[in-house]
Design a binder for this molecule. Structure first.
Ligand code: XLS
Ligand code: NI
Ligand code: NI
Length: 433
């Protein structure tokens, strides 16, 4: 034991009457919700990068945290791994997620970096075996090092494309070895800073070829998990190609990958794209692309990806409503792509941030399940579209424009508006929150 978390005991469910800060009030892993354990619905994952690799910097200042594992070598990476599993033991969440760069130091060569990755993965494998903690997803950080500054797969330099291919292969191998349930592609630098130097068409072609290779490799190694793309409209680049759910759907269709790849949808990124989180989830579900979620909110005033732990129950409830309505997660889950505020220096802050977020999500899930079981929203929705259930209405979908026009004139059709009942529905929703 490192003694980093001192005497913080594993967090238990104590119910809403508990006065203990270090307890769950709503997250009871074994509570049954719509016939399934709460833990199996939510499938929480701790994000290694924010909780262990991030040093508390912002655009105006560097490291604010003081952690015993900060440093460049393998010893620091090993200590980080030990302490990460200590946090997992305290929280008891089933999963974690990582980028290669979060867990291992960059080597002097590609081969050395890969060896470092494999060595830390050995430690993970042993710890996972002992504790039962699982890997929700692995991914490659192809945005921090300067080699990626003009993109990874979309880079103008083919050597960078090659380096990206080797990097993703190494990360997929490790994810597969650790029985990860998904592999995520987030293209932080797959975009542009200025169109003046950018060939959009060529870059999209490179990205499509690259993703095709990733899917092919998945089958070659027998990886059973899901390949996920994470949409984000901008930041760090001015324009990111994987802008939002709709944009990625068009991209996947173009390369015939719409049945191979699903989406990891992040609350904060949805907001940056000018959507609500539930919009992105509902759209993905309607396209059959809903995979997993990153449940971190943004600060609505600062307007950037602030990656804060969720604390808004109504928002979270509407998000889980879409997830539950779509049948719940299969390989996906709830990853906290969330980091502390840079003044939250204490180990206790790291624990309590996760505890609070797990409770917020549990409340949201329970409210969503209650709404779905009540059925009022789906009833109102089906009544709204009831006119389409008639055989004539269905047949119209196959008629040419001129025949529809003839029917309108012959029948002297005069459509009558009816209420959309928005406030009424909002009032009903609020009763569940
Ligand atoms: C950054 C992204 C990133 C992905 C994984 O904004 O959210 O953290 O989730 O690369
Ligand atoms: Ni993000
Ligand atoms: Ni994310």
């Amino acid at each position: 034991m490192s003694n980093f978390f001192k005497d913080i005991a594993p967090i238990r469910y104590e119910g809403t009457d508990s006065d203990n800060e270090f307890a769950f009030r709503h997250y009871d892993p074994d509570e049954m919700v719509m016939g399934k354990r709460m833990e199996d619905h939510l499938r929480f994952a701790v994000a290694y990068w924010h909780s262990f690799a991030w040093e508390g910097g912002d655009p105006f200042g560097g490291r604010s945290f003081d952690r015993p594992w900060f440093g460049d070598g393998m010893e620091a990476a090993k200590l980080k791994a030990e302490i990460a599993f200590e946090l997992f033991a305290i929280l008891g969440q089933p999963y974690f997620c990582f980028h290669d760069l979060d867990i291992r130091p960059e080597g002097a060569s590609f081969v050395e970096s890969r060896r470092n990755l494999d060595e830390i993965a050995d430690i993970f494998a042993a710890r996972m075996e002992q504790t039962g903690t699982r890997l929700l997803w692995g991914t490659a950080n192809m945005f921090s090092h300067r080699r990626w500054m003009a993109g990874a797969a979309t880079n103008p330099n083919p050597d960078v494309f090659a380096y990206a291919a080797a990097t993703v292969k190494a990360c997929m191998d490790v994810t597969h070895r650790l029985r990860g349930e998904n592999y995520v592609m987030w293209g932080g630098r797959e975009g542009y800073e200025t169109l003046l130097n950018t060939d959009l068409g060529r870059e999209a072609e490179q990205a499509g070829r690259f993703l095709t290779k990733v899917v092919e490799y998945k089958y070659k190694i027998g990886f059973k998990g899901t390949i996920l793309i994470e949409p984000k409209p901008q930041e760090p680049t001015k324009h990111q190609y994987d802008y939002d759910v709709g944009t990625i759907y068009g991209f996947l269709k173009r390369f015939g990958l719409e049945n191979e790849v699903k989406l990891n949808i992040e609350q904060g990124h949805a907001i940056l794209a000018g959507h609500s989180f539930e919009h992105e989830l509902a759209l993905a579900a309607s396209l059959g692309l809903l995979g997993s979620i990153d449940m971190n909110r943004n600060d609505y005033q600062s307007g950037w990806d602030t990656d804060q732990f969720p604390n808004n129950v109504p928002e979270v409830a509407l998000a889980y409503y879409e997830v539950l309505k779509a049948g719940g997660f299969t390989t996906g889950g709830t990853n906290y792509d969330s980091k502390l505020r840079r003044q939250s220096l204490d180990p206790e802050d790291l624990v309590l941030a996760h505890v609070g977020a797990m409770d917020v999500c549990a409340r949201g899930l329970k409210a969503a399940a209650a709404m779905l079981e009540d059925g009022f929203l789906e009833k109102a929705r089906s009544e709204r579209y009831a006119g389409w259930e008639t055989p004539q209405a269905q047949a119209m979908l196959d008629l040419p424009l001129e025949e529809i026009a003839a029917q309108v004139e012959a029948g002297n059709l005069d459509p009558q508006p009816c209420s959309g009942q928005q406030e009424r529905l909002e009032n009903r929703v609020n009763r569940f929150l």
